[in-house]
Design a protein around this ligand. Sequence first.
Ligand code: PRT
Ligand code: MG
Length: 214
Amino acid sequence: MITIALSKGRIFEETLPLLAAAGIKPLENPETSRKLVIGTNRHDVRLVIVRASDTPTYVQYGAAELGIAGKDVLLEHGGLGLYQPLDLNIAVCRMMVAVRQGFDYARAVQQGARLRVATKYILTARDHFAAKGVHVDLIKLYGSMELAPLLGLADAIVDLVSTGGTLRANNLQAVEHILPVSARLIVNQAALKLKRSAVQPIIEAFQKAVVERA
Ligand code: PRT
Ligand code: MG
């Protein structure tokens, strides 16, 4: 049995065509079903629906042979035990620094003030500001980072931006681009060796679908 871990929402939706290209069709829709283990048209392949940030953990420990996870999540996880053969170019967005409109970020940085930064992405944020030589106090949040500058919890946030609509709706503005983000196919390193005959064709089918779509 080959188990593929993925999160519902945008990752699941954008993965569906790639699964179809690999001849894999889920028997249920995770958006409407409460099932966490979803069978497919292939008796030897099943999907498991996990929290986006948990996907690398399931694959690292071999609970799933394959998974699909955002670069944001992979950077925080660290990638131990994972092979990352393919950028799927789905769930595309940018990791950015944002502040309240009117907050003079450039000046705060220039003055060497200690910035308070709220984020779910502690490691990525730490590396980014360290590389710039900016002193920050990082505040860990698990969601709705956009609220933090509005309530004075932080001067800035590090978060993902796709359309920019959420920033605009909350009177925030992006001030720095940290890195482009998209979802990757991840594979358990041991499974790639021990279950190669089952795993490799799925990787290749995804690869072909990504190239053909580009
Ligand atoms: O929801 P949960 O807490 O379980 O986890 P999650 O929010 O990380 O999962 P999910 O399903 O929302 O996102 C899964 C993956 O999609 C992320 O890990 C990213 O790699 C990718 N992705 C792509 C995004 C976005 N685009 C995105 N825009 N993840 C989140 N957002 C959020 C962002 O955090 C912000 O709140 O959408 C908001 C901004 O969107 P715009 O369009 O208003 O700019
Ligand atoms: Mg979410």
